[in-house]
Design a protein around this ligand. Sequence first.
Ligand code: IMP
Ligand code: MG
Length: 207
Amino acid sequence: MGWHGCASIPAVSVARHVVWIGAKIKGADMPTRPYVIDELISAKAIAARIEELSREIAEEFESTDKLVVVGLLRGSFVFIADLVRELDLPIEVDFLEASSYGDAMESSREVRILKDLRGAIEGRDVLVVEDIVDTGHTLNHVTKLLQSRKPARLKSIALLDKPSRREVDFRSDWVGFEIPDEFVVGYGIDFAQRNRNLPFIGKVRFT
Ligand code: IMP
Ligand code: MG
């Protein structure tokens, strides 16, 4: 797969990955510790980057009869919505839900498919859309699974990438922004299901 580069953002201070102690506890028992959210990437910067990425994707899939854009639920729902509206191509949208995190801040490394695609992708052009590549386990697993279904072309895009956290050798074809080892929320991305509705990407800072 080709590497189409990404934009870097300035590194922010305190680069510690916070591991939530109650990581195995789900739902209501999750965060009670207060935190604030510091803006890391503005809504404007995200929109500008999506415009650039859409142009590159449209060029790559110029000859497609129809591109199946596959959003990984739930974190990519805002990104995919903005991305497809900038994409000047005939597309279809499908969703797949894979889980490796539960409600925790640390990956469990075991990827499960919670909801599969509705449509077949054999012989089709496919673009997988993810919010963040962290350890790499999720996209590595999902792209292998989809590749086994024999698509004509399979590419992936991630809005964010934390290269310093990688545990498996995986690289997304397009990356919006490389970020340091911080836990981020907003623009679809959650902390224990919260903060998905922030229009920007912010980092979680416990107070
Ligand atoms: P990976 O399998 O470790 O690459 O994890 C990818 C998934 O973990 C992403 O799709 C996110 O759902 C989640 N994730 C990773 N980093 C963060 C973060 O900083 N905030 C919220 N979710 C995250
Ligand atoms: Mg996710």
